[in-house]
Design a protein around this ligand. Structure first.
Ligand code: G6P
Length: 607
């Protein structure tokens, strides 16, 4: 939540800051702002709109040192006065991502000292605190002193009007990295913002404070001791964050799924057998010891966990519980040291998932595994085992390719655990490997249905509600379809296991309630068909995503999208794709901002 960019260079950094913010807008887009240092003064530009507006407003701004921010409001409504950077007495400017929990106490103290507050944000206290310690002109020391007074999470960037070539940045609980150029340096919330200027990156660690100068930088750890951190060369390229031929990132990311799946499965599909080592060196020791699994995640990632539960219990014979991270962390639960705690997260920085992981560890769970799309993220670093999904940067707020790659990763986990527990014959292993190799092209086939789905979406444009049905493995897919639709089209959508219809939701069904059903040709097909009849009998209009051989026929009030043949255990991955496309095209019909739905942000680093 909230994106930060900072730069110190021997050239105008305004376009670097703005281009960086454009890449980070997925983190929040309520308002944006930047400040540059020029001739001993702070020159600030803010806008209560999108970064594009800031770009126009700052077209004539010049500065060789600056910090910038795109906001997702927590304290204080979205407005220009609450937009970052926040400035103290024309001297200190700060951008911040995170939440300062003790800001009210600090604000009272600073007001007593005569500081005037011009915003409702928690961030402004940081600017005044640093100012209050800045008497000797040492920005690093003043920032360190101020940070010692803060309770909460932060990534910050700080500049001072009288310090034209220095930027201080720090992180604790929110991500921040340092970009290393030639006689120029940068900071940003994630690497996509910096690909325009460098590929050399230093991942700052929890509690790090960095003094960034033109020619060099110095890192200090949480104890204030000088620290060395390795410089990595990012594998990302600019194309992966460009829109290219697509109209929206969501559409691009839906279409990237075959490649994202191929990348995620690459190492496995190139080998002849599945080994625990793909989850980390310690997996060989840990996997034979585990008795059950606890999956913790939020949002779309939680839906991936729900699918995995069906796989794990059926194929690996291992008991599995799936919990929403924000609930688990505040519940008194009974820990079993032989449980494998699996966190699933696209970003690897979701506050609730991270807190749930730490809660699990604190209650005695030592075996932790992260399935995550961002290397070096907090969740990856804090877990013993890991499998990186290799979906590439996901920019659309509605998660698509991250979800299907999470499913692929969880299927691998299922197979490896099944093998460890002696439940996967050599023949079955080869069959599943074959199916996984075939998965990208199977998804490609589903993507070819895009024109039919675009046509189908027209039936939804004037609707206010929709019901999604699925059974078994595909119930979480129905949940995911409903989530996609509500997130980006603002149509109220609910998902139910189809067998549950008669226990309540059937009361809602009439001609104005489209009912979308996932209809794979699996063991529950005949039961599902009966459920669909129940809907039809009450005048509900059905939109059925049916496998080729289900024999569900198009008829009055029954629209069929003919899917390819049934894909067995991997079917949920294929059935996700048309639901993503449906949500996308309905949103287009409704003219919403597909990639930046109202009130949401991609990376939720607050509770
Ligand atoms: C936000 C995003 C969702 C995502 C969820 C969990 O709500 O908008 O797309 O599923 O956070 O995020 P994570 O990064 O942990 O998967």
């Amino acid at each position: 939540m909230c994106g930060i960019v900072g730069a110190v260079a021997k050239r105008n950094v305004v376009s670097i800051l703005v281009n960086g913010l454009l890449r980070l807008e997925y983190r929040g887009y309520d308002s944006a702002g930047l400040v540059v240092v020029r001739d001993g003064k702070l020159d600030r530009v803010r806008s209560n709109g999108r970064v594009a507006e800031l770009e126009l407003k700052s077209a004539n701004t010049y500065g060789e040192l600056g910090i910038a921010h795109t906001r997702w409001a927590t304290h204080g409504v979205p407005s220009e006065r609450n937009a970052h950077p926040h400035i103290s007495r024309d001297l200190i400017a700060v951008v911040h991502n995170g939440i300062i929990e003790n800001y009210e106490t600090l604000r009272t103290g600073l007001t007593t000292q005569g500081y005037e507050f011009t915003s409702d944000t928690d961030t402004e206290v940081i600017a005044h605190l640093i100012h209050s310690h800045y008497a000797q002109g040492n920005l690093l020391a003043a920032t360190q002193q101020a940070l010692a007074q803060l309770v909460g999470a932060y990534a910050i960037g700080v500049v001072a009007a009288d310090n034209p070539h220095q930027l201080i940045a720090a992180r604790k609980g929110s991500p921040l990295l340092l970009g290393v150029g030639e006689c120029e340096h940068f900071v940003a919330s994630d690497m996509s913002a910096l690909l325009q200027v460098t590929k050399n990156v230093v991942y700052l660690e929890e509690g790090d404070v960095v003094e960034v100068n033109l020619a060099d930088y110095r890192i200090f750890d949480a104890q204030g001791k000088a620290a060395q951190r390795p410089v990595h060369v990012s594998e990302l390229n600019n194309d992966s964050v460009e829109l290219g031929e697509y109209q929206h990132y969501m559409q691009k990311e839906i279409h990237e799924q075959p490649q994202a799946l191929a990348n995620t499965l690459e190492s496995v599909c190139n080998s002849q057998s599945l080994v625990p080592g793909i989850f980390g060196a310690e997996a060989n020791n840990i996997f034979p010891k585990i008795e059950n699994i606890l999956i913790l995640a939020c949002g779309t990632s939680h839906h991936a966990g729900m699918v995995a539960r069906y796989w794990l219990e059926e194929l690996a014979g291992i008991q599995c519980t799936v919990e929403i991270a924000s609930e688990y962390r505040y519940r008194t639960s009974v820990a079993n040291p032989k449980t494998l705690v699996v966190t699933i997260s696209q970003s690897g920085e979701t506050a609730d998932t991270l807190a749930a992981l730490n809660h699990a560890k604190a209650t005695g769970h030592a075996f932790t595994l992260a399935i995550c799309n961002v290397p070096e993220s907090a969740i990856i670093r804090q877990s013993k085992l890991r499998l990186l999904t290799r979906a590439g940067p996901e920019i659309g707020v509605a998660s698509t390719k991250a979800f299907t790659t999470q499913l692929a990763a969880l299927f691998l986990l299922t197979l490896v655990l099944a093998k460890t527990r002696g439940r996967l014959s050599a023949e079955k292993e080869q069959q599943f490997l074959h199916e996984l190799r075939h998965l990208p092209s199977a998804v490609q086939k589903v993507l070819a249905l895009e024109p039919q789905i675009a046509e189908m979406s027209k039936h939804f444009a004037d609707k206010h509600h929709a019901l999604f049905l699925g059974r078994g493995l595909h119930y979480p897919i129905a949940l995911e379809g409903a989530l996609k639709l509500k997130e980006i089209s603002y149509i109220h959508a609910e998902a139910y296991p189809a067998g549950e219809l008669k226990h309540g939701p059937l009361a809602l069904v009439d001609k104005d309630m489209p009912v979308v059903s996932v209809a794979p040709n699996d063991a529950l097909l005949e039961k599902l068909k009966s459920n669909l009849q129940e809907v039809r009998a009450r005048g509900g209009e059905l939109f059925v995503f049916a496998d080729a051989d289900t024999q569900i026929k198009e008829a009055e009030g029954i629209h069929i999208l003919q899917m390819p043949e049934h894909a067995g255990f991997l079917s949920p991955i294929l059935h996700t794709v048309p639901l993503q496309l449906l949500a996308y095209y309905v949103a287009l019909q409704k003219g919403t901002d597909v990639d930046k739905p109202r009130n949401l942000a991609k990376s939720v680093t607050v509770e």
